[in-house]
Design a protein around this ligand. Structure first.
Ligand SMILES: C[S@@+](CC[C@H](N)C(=O)[O-])C[C@H]1O[C@@H](n2cnc3c(N)ncnc32)[C@H](O)[C@@H]1O
Length: 377
């Protein structure tokens, strides 16, 4: 259950709802890397798999899971997060991506019914009812009512209903095409990943995905054990953690002392130490992620990385992302940066200033996301 998280804050005391714009901008730029990671992971799964995205944020990764499932034989994507505002956005984004992918997969053969093939998380509603479905999930934050939000998922992929969604009488002679329609169900559940009871609240998953969230939990090793228990026997558990810091600025910005980005990253590292120390009941995990997966009892533990590479001037959305990214670093680094560096950041972030980021054509994005994965035996 959500315990103290009902107050709207997670164990790390971060206001995640306030980070929606940053998460969305990051999802846009991460899309090529996320898509390749999703395809690689989904390729290992059995037919009609259940994929659970724990700490889903704005839902970017699950849009790729939904697309990958739609191009195979369908399946279920369950979004889980402690922040209802983000979960709302994630469900909207993933349902939209799934609808688009299902429509593409059937090449328009079933028309509007394809939308019906993407089913609601909470109440079985389809299409425009999505907003209502998400509100229902958010309302069911605490107490036994949450179980209602979750047990429909335990009932599984709801194939008979999904088939009804496409096998309408109006389909008539298109039955053959309808038979081949793959359904992607999208469900949303508000939950605290530090809750040891999590496995009892979710269906067994073929793939458990947790990106950049475990390091926000008090006992990371215990949490990995909990996440692993969400997987079915033989299921895959994959964590996106670590990798390489993202760079986006030239060394000499023409304002302030050169090398600002290196100092921002050092300040971020200091902030991270404080963030961990500020978590009530934080437990050290003095070893790397693959060891943590092994200690959780997973087999075939391995890691791989994906490059995020947008050379200058970069795609649409790059400046917006860099603005959000630097704003966050300015916030995190407030206690660790010199007054000069803080002033330089303010100048860069001023949309009307001479040195505004918006006027630069030399911003880029280069970084690495690393995925550590293992199999439950
Ligand atoms: C850094 S964001 C990562 C979002 C997404 N997975 C990604 O990689 O872009 C961390 C996410 O974890 C969620 N979160 C933090 N603590 C949580 C907790 N105790 N239980 C569930 N979700 C949590 C936040 O609401 C946020 O959506």
């Amino acid at each position: 259950m959500l315990n103290e998280l009902v107050s709207g804050h997670t164990h790390d005391h971060i206001d995640w709802a306030d980070r929606l714009a940053l998460l969305r901008a990051a999802d846009t730029l991460d899309a090529p890397a996320q898509a390749s990671i999703a395809e690689r992971l989904v390729a290992k799964l059995p037919p009609h798999p259940t994929v659970i995205d724990l700490g889903c944020g704005a839902g970017g990764m699950s849009t790729h899971f939904a697309q990958a499932l739609a191009t195979r034989d369908g399946g279920t994507v369950i979004l889980v997060d402690a922040t209802p505002e983000l979960l709302h956005e994630a469900e909207r984004a993933v349902r939209s991506a799934a609808e688009h992918a299902v429509r593409s997969a059937v090449d328009g053969a079933v028309g509007p019914a394809a939308g019906g093939a993407v089913r609601s998380a909470v109440d079985g509603a389809v299409g425009p009812a999505a907003g209502r479905a998400v509100r229902s999930a958010a309302e069911r934050v605490v107490g036994p009512a949450r179980e209602h939000a979750i047990h429909p998922a335990v009932d599984g992929v709801v194939r008979p209903e999904a088939e009804r969604a496409v096998r309408t009488p109006a389909d008539g002679g298109r039955q053959a095409e309808a038979d081949s329609v793959q359904t992607v169900e999208v469900r949303a559940v508000v939950a605290d990943l530090a809750d040891a009871g999590l496995p009892g609240l979710l269906p067994a998953a073929d793939l458990v995905w947790a990106s950049r969230v475990v390091h926000h939990l008090p006992d990371q090793q215990a949490a990995i054990g909990t996440l692993s228990a969400v997987a079915r026997d033989g299921g895959v558990v994959a964590l996106a953690e670590g990798g390489l810091n993202f760079s986006c600025l030239p060394w000499d910005l023409g304002v302030g002392r050169p090398g600002l980005e290196d100092r921002l990253q050092a300040a971020q590292a200091e902030w991270f130490v404080g963030m961990r120390e500020g978590i009530d009941g934080a437990v050290p995990m003095p070893y790397g992620w693959p060891i943590a997966l092994e200690r959780a009892g997973l087999a075939d533990v391995s890691s791989f990385s994906a490059l995020v590479d947008h050379p200058a001037p970069g795609p649409d959305g790059l400046t917006d992302y860099v603005h959000h990214h630097l704003s966050r670093l300015a916030d995190h680094g407030a206690d660790f940066l010199t007054a000069d560096d803080r002033a330089t950041l303010a100048t860069l972030l001023d949309p009307d200033g001479e040195h505004s980021l918006a006027k630069r054509r030399d911003l880029y994005l280069l970084g690495v996301r690393t995925v550590h994965h293992g199999r439950r035996t």
